[in-house]
Design a protein around this ligand. Structure first.
Ligand code: SAM
Length: 408
């Protein structure tokens, strides 16, 4: 499937015969992703939006989980923006793995980001192992994949209560990020909610706490005055789209044997094994610790000192990745050497040649293939994929590749 086209708002409204308000309601409800903007700050819709709108319309027709306004209340794992997310590639990854090794009983997503790839393999009879360096991602894995105790009625009620909070006081979030990354009202509300989650921590199970924080982080992503990451916020004042937490829709019966981790993949790989090891490292020098510092800050809630215009917290070195530096080829080679799997599947796009620039790839195809060849026979699969840029138009001819190694 190709995702190179972009569409105007009026095209979208005409095509689906919906009003502008309906479209915005669906964005507010988390059913349709807020799109990127062009240089004029106009929304640029893509095929992804068309797909999402079609889903909403089908869902409404089928009466799936709709509340009395006709809008779904639940949160899904892919309802967030994330650099390098493979949401649109999942079918391609599944087809490739089914073709190469259909009988897998365990699947490890070692650099899991949003976790959307692991989610596609999370089914009965398959153990899923999910890992990332970031705490915000780890909490989301605790929500989506961890087989922990929780009371859905209690979490639902808390989410409803949080949505009805009318905060009067300022807090760490509003003081530092209000009228920047978020409207003042949303920052006040989110800060009050986050504070409250810690206050009632003793009454929550680990899973319940993770669910509440994840719901808050996803809700904040929807209203953030950014193009999807927190390296910078838009200069224009934030729109006051209201913060709304949604209840995470969890596939309990599929989570039985899963494991979730927050470790350096190079360390973790020495102590785990899986039939399929899926590896999706960062591609360039852009550190996820920088792009998602704000979500990390809120997830941790230690209220650290901040620096610079983008208000990043100091000392993020523990979550900085070797894969964003010239150490990437060596780190990758060591990682592969320690993998215990039947099939290794590596994603790496063709966006840029290896080099020293900020957006240059940190590993060449040859380096990837060489490391994998030491473990077994390597094949390359290729597809087109929409590249998530930071506010610019979609990049043509971006191919996403899978390097697949059948281990000896
Ligand atoms: C390209 S993204 C993965 C995207 C993911 N496949 C998805 O669909 O959302 C790379 C991820 O690797 C994580 N990461 C970077 N270095 C890591 C390391 N050494 N160990 C574990 N995770 C790491 C980053 O935090 C980031 O979430």
């Amino acid at each position: 499937m190709e995702y190179n086209n972009s569409y105007s708002t009026s095209y979208i409204l005409d095509k689906f015969d919906i009003s502008r308000q309906t479209l915005y309601n669906w964005i507010n409800a988390g059913l349709v992703m807020e799109p990127e903007r062009d240089w004029r700050d106009w929304r640029v819709w893509t095929q992804q939006t068309l797909d999402e709108i079609e889903n909403v319309i089908t869902m409404k027709k089928d009466g799936v989980k709709a509340d009395d306004t006709g809008i779904e209340k639940n949160l899904h794992i892919n309802n967030r923006r994330y650099l390098g997310s493979k949401h649109k590639m999942v079918d391609f990854i599944k087809e490739t793995i089914d073709n190469e090794f259909p009988k897998y009983k365990s699947f490890c997503d070692l650099f899991a980001g949003t976790g959307v790839v692991a989610n596609a393999f999370n089914k009965k009879g398959v153990k899923v192992i999910v890992n990332d360096l970031l705490h915000s991602n780890y909490l989301s894995y605790m929500t989506w994949f961890y087989d922990g105790m929780y009371n859905s009625g209690k979490v639902n009620k808390l989410i409803d209560d949080f949505n009805n909070i009318v905060p009067s006081n300022d807090n760490y979030l509003s003081i530092n990020f209000g009228n920047k990354y978020f409207s003042m009202e949303n920052a006040r509300k989110a800060g009050t909610i986050r504070e409250h989650i810690d206050m009632i921590s003793d009454e929550l199970t680990t899973k319940e706490k993770a669910m509440l924080i994840t719901s808050l982080l996803y809700a904040l992503d929807k209203v953030a005055n950014t193009c999807g990451h927190y390296d910078a916020y838009r200069k224009s004042a934030p729109e006051n789209q209201k913060l709304k937490l949604l209840y995470p829709s969890i596939k309990d019966s599929e989570n039985k044997d899963n494991e979730v981790y927050k470790e350096d993949a190079n360390k973790l790989v020495k102590s785990i094994k899986a039939d399929v090891m899926y590896i999706d490292t960062p591609y360039n020098s852009r550190q996820y610790a920088d792009a998602y510092h704000l979500l990390e800050n809120i997830a941790e809630w230690k209220k650290p000192e901040l620096e610079g215009v983008s208000m990043k917290y100091k000392n993020r070195s523990k979550i900085k990745s070797d894969y964003c530096t010239i150490k990437a080829p060596l780190a990758f080679s060591n990682l592969i050497e320690n993998v215990d799997a039947k099939l290794i599947v590596v994603s790496y796009n063709n966006m840029a040649q290896k080099g020293n620039g900020r957006s240059n790839a940190k590993m060449s195809d040859e380096e990837i293939i060489e490391a994998l060849s030491r473990k077994g026979t390597v094949k390359t699969y290729e597809t087109k994929h929409q590249y998530f840029t930071t506010g610019k138009a979609t990049i043509e001819d971006h191919k996403e590749r899978l390097f697949v190694c059948k281990c000896k």
